[in-house]
Design a protein around this ligand. Structure first.
Ligand code: V47
Ligand code: SF4
Length: 359
């Protein structure tokens, strides 16, 4: 019979837990025991180091043909609030970020009905030219599939052209919940979960590192979360190309998902991060994205298996358009203080987790 004790003994012995055991943890109310186990798994992998990155998010356009039901960021062309940044403005933001010590630019946006694939290629080339020290982490699997569709190129050719233009790695967005039944409810226009995995597999086999996100706290069940994580774990066994797992707490304001919820609870946030840490034994890093969690839960999560706080971000639209109450940016000093107060060692990292400086 599965009990917390049997799971704990297994994890302490370095053994993998099953999907059923992960489900058992989700149903348990012993948050502290789960957190302690996750902290142990994390400490074995990362010691006391907690990583952060000095980065800048840029969302070139919020115009999107998909209009996922949960997304408060996207607009239809011509609608109030719709925008597309000029290439010059994108470059200016990247250049300012580089001048302020950023090492990464994180670029994702809507699926624009009229922009050609060449615009995205030129964006990377222009950033590489104006801010050559920045690593460009850009485009979700959803965007890659869309580029292939609008250009007539294969996914392999899209990757080749983007890498030549300056693409260094990919973020983990667009995964949402990979279970099809859930996708039909929250993002029916989006590529299937199977296709998301296929494109990420392709990225990994091409040599690109990616992250993996999980949007939770909407219509999904905890069994869906476990199924989602199992698909990620299986792919990671195959490719080893994932860097971090990033659970994204759903922000419910301004979304078309008419749910009677005010957002995830702190308890659910911590449990989800901790179970992610225990279950995904082949992922090196679990990231608490403070934008969606708030600084306080992100800080507490450092005692629940988390070893990465993302970065300074500078300007965030996706979560804040959906009501996130966190600030737009954290200063480097702010992140360092937050980590030190949690009794950990702040380590600035580059996108590929090479340490730059410890504090
Ligand atoms: O795929 C959209 C999510 C993602 C909402 O890889 C929402 O380092 C919460 O993927 N509430 C994009 N989440 C952001 C993303 C990301 C963020 C930070 C770091 C990394 C990384 C990746 O944002 C989307 C979607 O899952 N999202 N709307 C919302 N209302
Ligand atoms: Fe478009 Fe992405 Fe928003 Fe879906 S989540 S509507 S694909 S920007």
């Amino acid at each position: 019979m599965t009990t917390l004790e049997t799971i704990s003994a297994q994890v302490r012995a370095g053994q993998r837990i099953t999907a059923d055991e992960a489900l058992f943890l989700f149903k348990s109310h012993d948050l502290l025991a789960i957190g302690e186990l996750a902290a142990l798994v994390n400490e074995r992998k990362n010691g006391k180091n907690v990583y952060f990155n000095v980065n800048r998010h840029i969302n070139p356009t919020n115009i999107c043909v998909n209009r996922c039901a949960f997304c408060a960021f996207s607009r239809t062309a011509g609608e109030d609030g719709a925008y597309t940044l000029a290439l010059d403005e994108i470059c200016r933001r990247a250049q300012v970020a580089e001048g302020e010590g950023a090492t990464e630019v994180h670029i994702v946006g809507g699926l624009h009905p009229d922009l050609a694939f060449e615009f995205y290629e030129e964006t990377l080339q222009a950033i590489r030219h104006t801010a050559p020290k920045l690593h460009i982490k850009a485009f979700t699997a959803v965007e890659i599939e869309y580029f292939s569709r609008i250009s007539g190129l294969t996914v392999g050719q899209v990757f080749e052209r983007l890498i030549t233009a300056g693409l260094g790695s990919m973020p983990g967005g667009g995964a949402e919940i990979l279970v099809e039944e859930v996708r039909m409810k929250i993002c029916p226009e989006k590529i299937s979960g199977a296709r998301w995995l296929e494109i990420i597999r392709h990225a990994h086999l091409t040599g690109l590192k990616t992250n993996a996100t999980m949007l939770y706290g909407h219509v999904e069940t905890v069994a869906d979360r476990v199924a989602h994580m199992e698909m990620l774990r299986n792919l990671q066994d195959e490719t080893g190309g994932f860097q971090a797992f990033i659970p994204l707490a759903f922000q419910p304001e301004n979304s078309d998902l008419k749910l009677d919820i005010k957002g995830t609870s702190g308890l659910d946030d911590l449990k989800t991060l901790a179970i992610g840490r225990i279950f995904l034994d082949n992922f090196d890093h679990i990231k608490a994205y403070w934008i969606m969690l708030g600084e306080k839960i992100a800080q507490v999560s450092l005692a629940f298996g988390v070893n990465d706080l993302d970065g300074t971000v500078v300007e965030e639209k996706i979560g804040h358009d959906a009501g996130a109450k966190s600030p737009q940016a954290l200063t480097i000093d702010g992140i360092i203080r937050l980590i030190k107060k949690g009794g950990k060692v702040p380590v600035e990292r580059d996108t590929l987790y090479h340490p730059i400086r410890s504090y």
